[in-house]
Design a protein around this ligand. Structure first.
Ligand SMILES: Nc1ncnc2c1ncn2[C@@H]1O[C@H](COP(=O)(O)OP(=O)(O)OP(=O)(O)O)[C@@H](O)[C@H]1O
Ligand SMILES: [Mg+2]
Length: 479
């Protein structure tokens, strides 16, 4: 491999780029080097495709980044020819623009290279000005590609790791599983109660992996009838069923090279289960009404809040499908089992809602935090998110207090703060305790009677009293 060191930029030239050249003809390499160095670029020359590939690999620890900004390659080289090199570069370094070196006799080859993803070609014998103009515009394309990749990464951030909040050991285990599986093609099954963050995890896996720039298509298996779901997923051929006036691509095809997120996978009917199983077994599927098997490269992430194993044991779910889905399970803990994360999550949501609502909200009072921590959160993180949103709307001061979270209290339990009660019964601080308790009791009895439309037995049940005790209390209050 011939190597050419950096040279000083030509006077007046601001941009110096790092250019890699692959050509088995030392004379061509030397000429290109002279022209490009004269223009202020840094050049590395390689006498074979293999050497160029090795150079790209050692210039970057990991694809898709490389410190080179342009590759110029000959097409006919003895070991790894220009086409094979181009193919590897398109796959591993998609941002790197490639120019092919051709002669006037090899125009068909140049056309083929353009079809395979080369950006342009430079023709021998070289004419310096034309060559530099082509090089400059290829460098510009490379710059735009890198920028758009960064932009795409920026846009994907809300769906990435940073958005999953929680420090509990069970969540740390989840992060580590996401990291491990993101770059593989393995099918993932995300399990957990409703609102635990299954969709968030599916998004993080997709965007953290190499498919992150390809589509993430989400399907909720419960919202569509069997026929519609199958046509939606696999597409259909014209005339497959009444109303199928034209053939249609399904979501499997639309998600090509990306990820298909199948939510509520426990709800699939036996027919759809069989079709999904075929895809998971051999990567093929058939459009509804179709006669040919189609093949796509799609990664499946499935989610469920059902116990699939139990459904298998009860013969309500295909065992073979279960095992195909259960290759890499990720189980999300319910929020009640990681109460330590509640304040952090609450602050995270409050920050977001405050910004959205244009309010200055600086966190929660200790009483409000206590309330958040004692609640059981049957609806998990989604319930917490909704509660914080509601509190943010209600909040009139800088901190959310228990007043704005009073709706979390069970109706029969005396509230932690008195102000959540009807203002007419807010006890006067100057009254003796017994009278304040009496006022409070009277109000609870009134509410229970109202809720039970005057039915004493039911009202007593709400209050946890015997019917006779309730009647006695009512009599006493009436005196
Ligand atoms: N760890 C978390 N950090 C931040 N936000 C979270 C977290 N977990 C869940 N959320 C938020 O809670 C809401 C519910 O999450 P998600 O939709 O992912 O839950 P799910 O498990 O898919 O629920 P379901 O089974 O009901 O579909 C979303 O708004 C999500 O952004
Ligand atoms: Mg969901």
């Amino acid at each position: 491999m011939a190597r050419y060191g950096p040279c000083h930029p030509r006077k007046g030239r601001i941009l110096s780029s790092h250019i890699l050249i692959a050509d088995d003809d030392p004379a061509v390499l030397a000429l290109l080097e002279t022209i490009l160095k004269e223009a202020g670029h840094t050049v590395t020359g390689c006498l074979s495709g293999h050497a160029a590939l090795g150079e790209l690999r050692s210039s970057s620890n990991q694809p898709p980044a490389t410190s080179y900004q342009l590759l110029l390659t000959d097409l006919k080289m003895p070991d790894l020819d220009g086409f094979a090199l181009l193919e590897q570069v398109r796959r591993d370094y998609p941002d790197l623009p490639v120019l092919v070196i051709t002669s006037s006799q090899s125009v068909p080859d140049a056309v083929r290279a353009l079809k395979q993803g080369a950006l342009d070609y430079v023709q021998k014998p070289f004419e310096a000005q034309g060559l530099l103009a082509t090089v400059d515009s290829a460098l510009e394309v490379g710059r735009l590609r890198r920028e758009s990749r960064l932009l795409a990464a920026e846009l994907a951030k809300p769906y990435g790791f940073d958005n999953i909040v929680g420090d509990d050991p069970a969540m740390k285990q989840v992060y580590s599983l996401i990291r491990d599986v993101a770059s593989a093609n393995t099918t993932v099954l995300v399990e957990g109660e409703s609102g635990t963050g299954k969709e968030l995890v599916a998004q993080a896996i997709h965007y953290a992996g190499p498919r992150g720039r390809k589509p993430l298509v989400k399907v909720n298996c419960v919202t569509l009838s069997e026929t519609l779901l199958e046509s939606e997923l696999f597409g259909h051929e014209k005339g497959a069923f009444t109303g199928a006036i034209a053939s249609k691509r399904g979501l499997f095809e639309i998600a090509a090279d990306g990820t298909l997120f199948l939510d509520e996978i426990g709800e699939l009917t036996p027919s759809t289960q069989a079709k999904l199983l075929q895809f998971l077994q051999d990567g093929t599927f058939r459009r509804v009404g179709g006669v040919h098997d189609l093949r796509v490269d799609v990664r499946i992430i499935a989610a469920t809040n059902r116990n699939l194993k139990e459904m298998v044991d009860q013969s309500r779910y295909r065992e073979d499908l279960y095992y195909r889905l259960h290759v890499f399970p990720i189980s999300l803990p319910p929020l009640r089992d990681r109460k330590g994360d509640v304040p952090r999550l609450a602050r995270h949501f409050l920050g977001r809602f405050a910004a959205e609502m244009g309010k200055q909200l600086r966190g929660f009072t200790p009483g409000a935090l206590r309330l958040l921590e004692t609640h059981d959160w049957p609806g998990n993180v989604r319930e917490l998110e909704n509660a914080v949103e509601r509190a943010a709307v209600l909040c009139k001061s800088a901190q959310v207090s228990e007043t704005e979270l009073a709706f979390l209290l069970p109706p029969t339990q005396p509230p932690a703060n008195w102000s959540v009660m009807d203002h007419s019964v807010t006890p006067n601080d100057t009254l003796p305790l017994s009278q304040r308790v009496e006022t409070f009791e009277a109000e609870l009895i009134r509410q229970a009677l109202q809720a039970s439309s005057g039915n004493h037995t039911q009202a007593a049940k709400i209050l946890g009293l015997k019917r006779t005790t309730l009647l006695a209390k009512m009599k006493k209050l009436a005196e």
